[in-house]
Design a protein around this ligand. Structure first.
Ligand SMILES: [Zn+2]
Length: 620
């Protein structure tokens, strides 16, 4: 099987020249928005000029916009989702019922007209001609005055007014921590159209996808407000917070904040009169801003520490996952937890330092897995949340907990949470659309934990070094595009020379689990059994009576290759022996051994997600 190792080197070199998904296309947007905010009424008036380029081969007769604020109205689909899901998000409900029979009620159901969110479209033209449009919940369906041909760019002009809802989820006014305006999912956003069709998901809780493009946004707010936002502030000398010598210009009492951002797919901001702004630079020269409420000494100290660590984290990620391509990243206090946006995040700030660093690392890691790679979170939520959580965890251990050398499985906690999920009866396949999980528990543990297991276990299959190379090759091929998990698979296959069809199908599209056992050990042979219906390659460490050890590597036949010798260095220099392939069609495997064994262990690195560890080791 040595020829395969040779093939690996041949394949590795030319990959960056190889274009995946020939004929790939993506739509493009160019937003210019002017927003006049009435902070007393929590309302704003918006004007938008949107240049939209149809790069698809198809002629479009309709387009769609998301009107996310409309979810925050009694009777909305989000309201019904909260009323009927068995484990609603506690941030979005209030406890009702009695001590004996506790229940919850949707906070949305209780909103009064002055507290709801809305986006009312006043006018919408395309190339100056009126369109006909209709609002359906959180979607705006627009019938165009003329079709948009393939390759054509059109200009939409929209006027709308909006009311910022009480903060129920992510966006809204008066967050629990006292931030006046958390403005996420706040503008009419062009829906995503790609080779899979239109993605017209009603806003019921989670996850987004949108075309890449440029944003030029001007916000008019009372002059005492400070804004933290996506993009680069164009006039720091004219507004409060960013420049000590600023001459705040505020004709009619309002200052104008002008931001520009290039090649992002979601734009967010938050504003409060009590915000302070701090900044630092990464080694690579990215400016990291923090914009937060300095409520006490401890909070200020936490934000300063977190900011320095965030700067280090960007350098850490750039080395392993590819350079951060934008010039700024802004961490703004706001919302109700943490959520990622283009070159910015909104996180809650009243946390202990460990939690603050954790959430900032997580959201910053999304700059790669969702913002640079515009993953469709409505479909492949595990691909962005799982990979992001993996990066967060690696960074956290390297920079915050200072463990030095990472343990062989730094995401072992995610494995433990996944095992619980797999045994809970609540697991559904990771390929399910993000909104449709029966429980929030089932959703979050597959996306964040099983998603991490997926990527770490991929390192077990192809070798950690190959996984590391895959990340960088994937970056070269897919930055500023909309990759699917299959695109990642194809890069991993190309880098490793290992076929991964079986893994990406069985681990993602089904809830099958992995369960191997050592069933018999004699003086001459070891018998292993695959007790489950998901076959995997096996690393098997054998310690002999004479004190020596041997690492047997049993590939799966359908891998059509092996991980390279370098992948075994985590086993501290133990001699590796490649054994004949195991077939997934055969539940048992007999391994001859040359000497008497005293101890046998399946996967000492604990990266194989075997749901029952007890029968994975044998001691004489
Ligand atoms: Zn996330």
């Amino acid at each position: 099987m040595k020829t395969r190792a040779f093939l690996f080197f041949l394949l590795f070199a030319p990959i960056s020249l190889w274009a995946q998904r020939a004929g790939y296309w993506q739509q493009a947007v160019d937003y210019r928005m002017d927003i006049d905010v009435n902070t007393k009424k929590h309302q704003y008036q918006g004007e938008m000029t949107l240049r939209y380029t149809n790069n698809s081969p198809q002629t479009l007769k309709k387009v769609y916009f998301h009107l996310y604020f409309n979810a925050f109205q009694p009777g909305s689909m989000m309201d019904h989702r909260l009323a009927h899901i068995p484990d609603p998000d506690p941030r979005m409900t209030i406890r009702t019922g009695t001590a004996e029979r506790p229940t919850t009620t949707s906070r949305i159901a209780k909103l009064k007209p002055a507290q709801i969110g809305y986006q009312h479209i006043q006018s919408l033209t395309m190339n100056g001609q009126a369109t006909s449009f209709q609002v359906d919940g959180t979607l705006l369906e627009v019938t165009l005055p003329a079709p948009i041909g393939s390759g054509e760019t059109v200009t939409f002009d929209m006027h709308w007014d909006a009311q910022v809802p009480e903060q129920i989820r992510r966006s809204g006014r008066n967050s629990a921590e006292g931030v006046a305006l958390s403005m996420t999912q706040w503008y009419p956003k062009m829906a995503h159209f790609d080779e899979f069709g239109w993605h017209l998901d009603e806003y019921v809780a989670r996850e987004f996808v949108a075309p890449f493009g440029n944003f030029d946004v001007t916000l008019h707010l009372p002059k005492d407000y400070v804004v933290g936002s996506s993009g680069v502030l164009q006039n720091p000398h004219e507004v409060k917070g960013y420049d000590q010598n600023a001459q705040v210009r505020a004709p009619k009492g309002k200052a104008s904040w002008h931001f520009k951002a290039e090649n992002i797919h979601d734009f967010a901001w938050a504003a409060d009169p009590k915000f302070v702004v701090d900044s630092t630079k990464t080694a690579a020269g990215v400016t990291v801003y923090t914009v937060y409420l300095p409520v006490d000494k401890q909070v200020i100290e936490n934000w300063k520490t977190a900011q320095e660590l965030a700067a280090d984290f960007f350098d850490f990620c750039a080395d392993r996952f590819g350079p951060y391509p934008w010039s700024t990243y802004t961490i703004v206090q706001g919302g109700d937890g943490g959520m990622e946006y283009g070159t910015a995040t909104l996180v809650t700030g009243g946390r202990n330092i460990k939690s603050l660093v954790g959430v900032i690392f997580h959201e910053a890691a999304h700059s790669w897995y969702q913002h640079l790679f515009g993953i469709n979170e409505t479909v492949d939520e595990w691909f962005d949340e799982g990979f992001t959580s993996y990066i967060e965890e690696l960074g956290f251990q390297a920079l915050f907990e200072k463990r030095g050398e990472l343990a062989s499985n730094p995401v072992i906690n995610a494995y433990r949470a996944y095992y619980k999920l797999a045994l809970s009866g609540k697991e559904e396949p990771m390929s399910l659309l993000a909104d449709y999980y029966n429980t929030n528990y089932g959703y979050s543990h597959q996306a964040y934990n099983k998603g991490q297991v997926f990527v770490q276990q991929l390192g077990y299959i192809i070798g950690q070094e190959n996984l590391d190379r895959t990340f960088l090759q994937f970056y070269d091929l897919w930055k500023f595009k909309h990759p699917t998990p299959n695109d990642f698979k194809r890069v991993a296959e190309e880098v490793s020379g290992i076929n991964l069809k079986w893994y990406f199908n069985l681990f993602v599209n089904t809830t099958r689990t992995i369960d191997y056992a050592i069933t018999n050990v004699t003086t001459k042979e070891i018998t292993l059994r695959n007790k489950s219906n998901l076959a995997m390659p096996i690393d098997l460490l054998v310690e002999y009576e004479d004190g020596t050890s041997e690492l047997f590597y049993i590939p799966l036949r359908e891998m059509r290759g092996e991980k390279p010798a370098e992948s075994f260095k985590i086993y501290d220099g133990v001699q590796r022996t490649i054994s004949p392939d195991w077939f997934w069609t055969k539940p048992t495997y007999t391994l001859p051994i040359p000497k008497k064994a005293v101890r046998v262990q399946i996967d000492p690195s604990l990266r194989l997600a075997d749901i029952e560890a007890a029968d994975n080791s044998w001691t004489k």
